[in-house]
Ligand binder design. Structure first.
Ligand SMILES: *Cc1c(COP(=O)(O)O)cnc(C)c1O
Ligand SMILES: [Zn+2]
Length: 412
């Protein structure tokens, strides 16, 4: 039994090592780096046996000791189930990769894994007494934060590119956020938000500019490792935009290893980007510590269209430390993978998730993925949010009009 709801201790800057008081709101460190939450893992390790988790509700909050919300009453909930981790047996056989797995995040509120960051981030905003938030988004993060902000009764400003998926705008509108569109990319939306924040009108909850969205996304890793019996898969393939999910999984792995709950090797982390916007891949290939802003970013995988990630240094470090790699796949390969997983496995996933399958195909073909390895793909959201990814130009019959089915070669 644990006596504290959260074992959060402090915030620390991974760059200059300065510590910060976690009981007050913080954005970036004075040195410009994102801040990371630190927990009292030695106390927690003594107080809690992971087997005790079995009796808890099967939801994100089962890991509350490793989350920053100190009072259970401050948790802002929409119902956050542990998402399915499913074998892809048919595709695994196609790829000669029998250990292929998918973590399907489409089951979360608002249909994407952005709900993890929003659930924990908004809860912490409420707990710290912040009364207005603002953020730029490529769509899904805005939809998730707007929903959780509505649940908490918290005013929320969202700025997104004009060509962000239409449904995400509507999600922000219906939940009552104030929404602005910008004729530009997410970095341009970020500049608009920065001006509002500089005027003191709102607290900045942009990616990694506050430390708790990352803690929410960390639950993706906590779930994976618990679902696999506190063992890591050999490889985790992640569609990286701002890279928060990848950092969250890696942070989970490190904390669980320190707790002694996760034994064996840590996973090799693969960051997947689209060839139309691949700043992390370019930096990885060049052996650089940080990325250069990508000019003319364009891909159907809109959620990973991030020309310059603020956490690029941390992402590249995690990928390298894990012996992982960074891979870019083009839009035709993403679309082919998207169709393939739907037809072969019955799963309608998002284009970003499909990018991980396309990357696994490349890495298997090159031999970087070995036949017997356990490879976990992350599908970050449901395909239902991207109906336009599939064209369905069909002809309409007159009532009573006869058809022949099946046709041609398929006919028995
Ligand atoms: C935001 C998003 C991503 C990328 O997540 P990061 O944490 O920014 O790397 C991937 N897929 C979808 C569907 C997203 O909405
Ligand atoms: Zn610092």
């Amino acid at each position: 039994m644990t006596d504290r709801h959260s074992y959060l201790e402090r915030l620390r800057c991974p760059r200059c090592r300065e510590t910060h008081d976690a009981s007050r709101p913080h954005n970036l460190c004075a040195c410009g780096s994102p801040l990371l939450a630190e927990y009292d893992l030695s106390q927690l390790g003594r107080a809690l046996d992971p087997r005790e988790l079995v009796s808890r509700p099967y939801e994100l909050w089962r890991y509350h000791e490793l989350l920053p919300v100190e009072d259970a009453g401050a948790e802002v909930r929409l119902g956050e189930p542990v998402t399915p981790l499913v074998p892809l047996a048919v595709l695994g056989a196609d790829l000669d990769l029998p250990g292929l797995l998918l973590k399907d995040e489409g089951y979360l509120p608002t249909g994407t894994f952005k709900a993890r960051g929003a659930a924990v981030g908004v809860s912490r905003v409420v707990e710290l007494g912040i009364d207005r938030i603002a953020m730029p988004t490529n769509g899904n993060a805005g939809a998730a934060w707007a929903a959780y902000a509505a649940r908490a009764g918290l005013p929320c400003l969202i700025v997104m590119p004009e060509d962000a998926p239409d449904i995400t705008r509507r999600e922000c509108v219906v939940t009552g956020a104030d929404v602005f569109l910008v004729n530009g990319r997410i970095n341009d939306a970020g500049q608009t938000v920065a001006k509002v924040v500089a005027d003191g009108a709102a607290f900045d909850v942009s990616t990694l500019k506050e430390p708790y969205r990352l803690e929410g996304k960390k639950t993706l890793g906590l779930e994976i490792f618990e679902q696999l019996g506190w063992r890591a898969p050999d490889v985790i393939v992640y569609p990286a935009g701002g890279g928060v999910g990848l950092l969250g999984i890696w942070k989970a792995a490190k904390e669980l290893q320190q707790l002694g709950w996760l034994t064996g090797s840590l996973p090799r982390m693969v960051a997947v980007q689209a060839t139309g916007c691949a700043p992390l891949v370019r930096a990885f290939d060049a052996g650089a510590e940080v990325s250069e802003p990508w000019v003319g970013a364009n891909t159907i995988a809109f959620g990973i269209t991030v020309p310059k990630a603020i956490g690029d240094r941390l992402i590249l470090e995690a990928v390298r430390e894990s012996q992982g790699c960074a891979v870019a796949v083009d839009d035709p390969a993403i679309l082919a993978a998207h169709a393939q997983i739907a037809r072969r496995e019955g799963r309608f996933i998002c284009p970003e998730g499909a990018a991980t399958l396309a990357a696994a195909q490349v890495l298997r073909a090159s031999g970087w993925l070995g036949r017997t390895e356990r490879v976990l793909l992350i599908n970050t959201g449901t395909g239902l949010k991207y109906p336009g990814t599939v064209s369905a130009d069909l002809r309409t019959l007159e009532p009573g009009q006869a058809i022949t089915w099946p046709q041609g070669r398929d006919r028995a």
